[in-house]
Design a protein around this ligand. Sequence first.
Ligand SMILES: Cc1ncc(COP(=O)(O)O)c(C=O)c1O
Length: 404
Amino acid sequence: MKPTNRKHGPMTTAIHGGETPDPTTGASAPPIHMSSTFVSEDVAGFSAHDLEDGGDGFIYSRWGNPTVSLLEQKIAALQGAEDCLCLASGMAAATAIFLTFLSAGDHVVVSDVSYAGVAELARETLPRLGIEVTLVDMSDLDAVNAAIRPTTRLVHTETPVNPIMRLTDLKAVSALVHAAGALHSCDATFASPLGMDAAGLGVDLVMHSITKYIGGHGDAVGGAVAGRADLIAAMRKEAAIHHGGVLSPFNAWLIARGAATLPLRMRAHQDGAAAVARWLETHPAVTRVMYPGLPSHPQHDLAARQMTNFSGMMSFQVGSAENGRAFARRMIDRLEVIHYAVSLGHHRSLIFWMETAPLMETSFRLEGKQLKSYEDYAGEGIFRLSVGLEDAEDLIADLEAALD
Ligand SMILES: Cc1ncc(COP(=O)(O)O)c(C=O)c1O
């Protein structure tokens, strides 16, 4: 599926999107504009409301900065969206969506499993602000439909979902959300902009932790939301100018430099992950592997229909939680290539043990049918593995030594 406004192929877009040779020096590589303020040629207003008049040119780096703007245009082009806003972290991007489009008395439907920070924000912060939250298994379309109310303003999905790799049918959810006149936001961090044409599947606001695949090198934290220009303008005013969690130009430059090779990296992540996932499936200590690219994934048909790249993200189980903890200890002691660390989407492979029971207490608090669906995907716990760009044989040898 071709994203709606991507003019060139993905490699050309990743390299040239948002970039022009520097007009003053002719530099082919973009400079970093480490300037907090910009000399003005007009007698202009100094309020977020002035953005409504078009707001071209740069005023102050909390409004916009040329290096951050370059990254925003690159991500918008890669995502096939009209515009993009970059912020200081993926969490700042999620918060920006919720606090721009929701007010006290509004209702939001949020995936019952999501990145833990988003899960805690939805369960703790939003209700404190008078926003009503319903948590739903987004793979259950009847449950999504039943959760939507006349006051629902937003439905927030995440696919593949961190950490259990369950998928959401974005086209089907978008149809339900739009029939109710609400907005659909989706955290597409695990897929990257190239793993799924989320905008083409009807998602109004596509969110990424750009700390992950888009930056790709584990050296900068950032977040992005791509979507329709009017929605992004509203977020810039609220979240960037008023809440102030803007991305630094230096981080934007690092992330844009990483983003230039995103299509190449995503292909390599997918190839490496497929090899590792197939090997894990044959290992006697491994009881289950969840990788959307494997035919054994319970939603492989949806993955094949919806995803254009299965990325490097997977989870696997080793039986009981006790086994998991023991193997985690061995990984910390024995792994030579893979880092035992949180985060994902970097060129370095990363692995982390995520046990179901403690996560239920801290982040997800699921019961009944929703807990059962979580356990169907994650058992008593999973290793979340982000396959990097190292040689697959080396990753397999490393895992073999730890699982021995
Ligand atoms: C799916 C997903 N969304 C959001 C975030 C938060 O991003 P950040 O750490 O950049 O704030 C993460 C972080 O791991 C994530 O995995």
